[in-house]
Design a protein around this ligand. Structure first.
Ligand code: SAJ
Length: 416
């Protein structure tokens, strides 16, 4: 084993679990993070994100000294870049990817790079980003050679290896999922496989960097398009007065049909973002992918219309929204359609608005300022006349269903 010390740049939802798993295999891991607070938390053996069992692994690897967090890069054999790649919000409706975090990670590691090092990009990235990364590194270190000019003979190896883990199952999927390894040359791929074999039980499949970049975007776009299909069917069923859940159950009895679940929209920081990277690269060609994004982004507005319509039946509507997270059994509110719906309703001031979110420790202050009340599930079910199920959290699924029977219910997740 030639790779002894691994540096992970960015200790977020992907970087921290990856660093912890590699450290748990006995390697020396150092996490480089710009957020001093996160560095302090990790060095205290704790975690600043929510992911089942991650706290146990981090506590253990920090106590053995295998994982340390720092703010300044230090020399290592491997550098794994796991920083965010959001898109730039603009008024003209374009969704250009923001690669500034990757560029800044390149500038962070460039001064400590040495001959024989392996640099891996894991951040979800538009096609061509790994080549850009190699160019940024080459610019900062003209004394070293990089694979775009020297191929297998380069001093530094560069590869793109996308993460594919599902939030909530990250520790398991980091180990069990197959891994796509996209080296910029053959020897880049060989070195990257050597690293991932230390903790991946799935297969490590080698390809080139551009195909690996596109595979990640394709996987998330595939899911987005399929959810859009379900969401469109649900809107059609509302119009035609058909129960969409029964319809999907029936259709899925066909041996070659497997329709996903409609919902209040698509949230999170992956599926609602990544397809735009394909649309941005190929706007003329990516028609279906773009349309799916638009359908999923429109779905919360359809739900808002349904709620307003239901509230109209009451003189003093009391609306209870169950769930704020972007999906079931997590605390993550980022890009959450449920949150968006509650914000929108609050700004419309159409009645008393109650929200229930059992997974967060503190409620978003801006919602309280907008007049949203936070209560327990029991209180909400007792006092509301309109109940909107926005997230299929286990607490809601386990609730006594007779409590819903006298209410007007909008069940966007089909838990009833
Ligand atoms: N959703 C539906 N209906 C469904 C499935 C999901 O409305 O049938 C909604 C969810 O409620 C949520 C959103 O879609 O709002 C996204 O949830 P998700 O569970 O589909 O995916 P993420 O964002 O948690 O994780 C995805 C995964 N990608 C795929 O399944 C192809 C994960 O494997 C990736 O690693 C992750 O994106 C990522 O980091 O890119």
């Amino acid at each position: 084993m030639t790779l002894k010390k691994v540096s992970v740049i960015g200790l977020g939802y992907i970087g921290l679990p990856t660093a912890a798993i590699i450290a748990s295999r006995g390697m020396n891991v150092v996490g480089v993070e710009v957020n001093q607070n996160a560095v302090d938390i990790v060095n205290a053996g704790k975690i600043h994100i929510v992911e089942p069992d991650l706290d146990i692994v981090v506590r253990s690897v920090v106590s053995t000294g295998n994982l340390r967090a720092v703010t300044t890069a230090e020399p290592a054999d491997v550098f794994i870049i796991a920083v965010p790649t959001p898109f730039i919000h603009s008024d003209d409706d374009s969704h250009q990817p923001d690669l500034s975090y990757i560029e800044s990670a390149a500038n962070t590691i460039a001064p400590v790079l040495a001959k024989g090092n392996l640099v891996i990009l894991e951040s979800t990235s538009p096609v061509g980003t790994t080549e850009k990364l190699a160019t940024w590194l080459a610019k900062a270190r003209p004394d070293l050679s990089f694979p775009q000019n020297r191929g297998d003979a380069a001093d530094i190896n560069v590869a793109y290896c996308p993460e594919r883990v599902l939030p909530g199952y990250v520790l398991r999927e980091l180990v069990s999922n197959d891994r796509v390894i996209g080296g910029m040359s053959k020897s880049c791929s060989t070195k990257a496989v050597e690293l991932y074999r230390t903790f991946v039980h799935g297969e490590c499949i080698v390809t080139n960097a551009r195909t690996a970049e596109m595979s990640k975007l394709t996987e998330n776009s595939f899911r987005d398009v399929n959810i859009a299909f379900a969401n469109e069917i649900s809107i059609i069923c509302d119009k035609l007065q058909i129960n969409v859940w029964e319809l999907i159950k029936l259709s899925n009895r066909h041996p070659r049909v497997n329709i996903l679940n409609p919902g209040p929209g698509v949230g999170g920081h992956c599926i609602a973002v990544d397809p735009w990277f394909i649309v941005d690269s190929c706007p003329k060609e990516a028609q279906l992918i773009k349309q799916a994004r638009l359908i999923n982004d429109h779905k919360p507005f359809h739900v808002i219309e349904q709620i307003m319509h239901a509230a109209d039946e009451f003189k003093r509507p009391v609306i209870a929204c169950l769930g704020l997270a972007f999906k079931a059994d997590i605390d993550d509110l980022r890009e959450s359609p449920a949150l968006h719906i509650v914000e929108h309703l609050a700004s419309k001031k159409i009645g008393r608005l109650i929200a229930v979110e059992p997974n967060v420790k503190s409620y978003p202050a801006h919602l309280t300022q907008l007049g949203v009340e936070f209560t327990s599930l029991e209180t909400a079910l007792a006092i509301a006349n309109v109940i909107v199920i926005l997230v299929d959290h286990k607490q809601f699924k386990m609730a006594d269903k007779t409590q819903f029977s006298t209410k007007v219910v909008i069940d966007t997740r089909g838990i009833l």
